[in-house]
Design a protein around this ligand. Structure first.
Ligand code: XMP
Length: 420
């Protein structure tokens, strides 16, 4: 086994809601932290060869004195933190645990490459590449480790944004020279979605079809390993905070082992130890372009949940063009980076407009811009009126079929972030 990063500090979660932020703040000082629930057996904690322990709990949290005493008896430097005092924790790591700030992007990349090589050997690996940050960085990292032993599968389900399939192919096939299987399954998806209005039914069709298309393509590569872009919060949010399964924040589809319907020998998850901003730093270091690194989150069902009601090719064309204009203006004005998620939605609502002096009857585009820390609640971003006005003028003028643009000023709750 390759020794994981030296100088690990374990944060033992004795009931602390904000433990991810806390772990992240310590890692920003290049000190490697891992979060484990208070129910973790002492032997499991010791496997990581920690140089120190921090007991994290909110002031109201239950005590669990027996477990606390067991950790304290290990003879390791141990800090009991009830106030999430990152400064004190960092000082503890440096002064009591001897942490020298060895957790760097370069070091991570070096270790991750060695781990992937050791795990995979001469075998081949297949990865579902979506073009999102996590799968893109996973691809770049595994490719750096094993080159052409990796095959990426990119499925175009016909619900992608303007230029996305071309961009992904250009970057991964042309620039990185990766094995990339590009599957245009547009017809297969859109035929299945024809006439379907109900959001959950749309989601099920898109999700189910996606697994089928990907499974076929992945099987054809005959790869022994499946790679996934799961990141540390995916795992942390799947662990109960307090040992109680009801405490799980959200269960992630890609955590919990191999998908049953896929026959692989093992999973390769090189980002499993990283927080999102660390993933971005690794991506930058590996030479991925900034447009891939600074991407906002994009839902799995893609434009399928932003094309309200029935999905038609013509509606998707209007949505894509309008969304591209909105994103272009957001980037040009510097608001893209200040917004957690911003996108256009297509509403199949017709209203009267004016085009070239003529009466015009067209559809509606809704613009959304939100900020959030966890996607559970979200606030509407107060975009400058001039920016909105510019976008509202451009879309009906440039996108055939649209006569009206509205701004969605509903926070979450009561609305959700997506329209469906
Ligand atoms: P909502 O609309 O539930 O969205 O407020 C919260 C966050 O989750 C994303 N989202 C999804 N992501 N599959 C995904 O992978 C989905 O079905 C899905 N629905 C919503 C959404 O973009 C937002 O970031």
């Amino acid at each position: 086994m390759i020794k994981k990063t030296a100088q690990t500090v374990i944060l033992l979660n004795f009931g602390c809601r904000d433990i991810q932020k806390f772990a992240r703040a310590i890692r920003a000082e290049h000190i490697y932290t891992m979060v484990m629930p208070w129910t973790t057996p002492v032997s499991r904690v010791m496997q990581e060869e920690p140089v120190g322990l921090i007991i994290c709990r909110d002031e109201a949290a239950a005590e669990h004195p027996a477990e606390l005493a067991a950790f304290q008896a290990l003879g390791l430097p141990c800090l009991v933190d009830s106030g999430l005092n990152a400064e004190a924790a960092i000082a503890f790591c440096k002064n009591q645990c001897g942490c020298q700030g060895l957790w760097t992007v370069d070091r991570f990349i070096e270790e991750a490459i060695a781990e992937v090589k050791e795990q995979v050997g001469d075998s081949t690996v297949v990865l579902g590449l979506s073009g999102g940050v996590d799968s893109s960085v996973t691809a770049a990292l595994i490719h750096k480790a094993i080159g052409k032993q990796l095959t990426c599968v990119f499925v175009n389900h016909g619900l992608l944004r303007l230029g996305e399939p071309e961009q992904v192919q250009k970057i991964f096939r042309d620039t990185f020279d990766m094995n990339l299987v590009y599957i245009d399954a547009t017809d297969r998806f859109l035929d299945k979605l024809a006439g379907v209005n109900e959001p959950e039914k749309k989601r099920k069709i898109i999700g189910g079809e996606f697994i089928d298309v990907f499974a076929e393509a992945a099987a054809a590569t005959k790869a022994k390993f499946l790679a996934q872009g799961s990141i540390y919060p995916d795992f942390l949010e799947s662990i109960p905070l307090d040992g109680n399964p009801n405490g799980v924040i959200k269960s992630h589809h890609n955590v919990g082992g191999l998908p049953e319907n896929l026959k692989f020998e093992g999973l390769v998850e090189p980002l499993a130890r990283l927080f999102k901003d660390e993933v971005r730093a690794v991506g930058r270091k590996l030479g991925l372009p900034e447009v891939m690194i600074d991407r906002q989150p994009f839902p799995g069902p893609s434009l399928g949940v932003r094309c309200v009601g029935e999905i038609k090719r013509e509606y998707l064309r209007m949505l894509r063009e309008a969304d591209a204009i909105y994103l272009e203006e957001l980037r040009a004005s510097g608001w893209y980076g200040k917004t957690w998620q911003a996108f256009a939605a297509f509403l199949p609502v017709k209203s009267v407009g004016m085009l070239n002096g003529q009466r015009h009857y067209g559809y509606t585009i809704a613009l959304r811009a939100i900020n959030t820390s966890d996607a559970v609640t979200a606030q509407v971003v107060h975009l400058p009126w001039e920016l909105l006005e510019k976008v509202a003028n451009r879309i009906p003028a440039e996108v055939e079929g649209i006569s009206r643009v509205v701004f969605d000023c509903t926070p979450k709750p009561p609305a959700t972030i997506e329209w469906e």
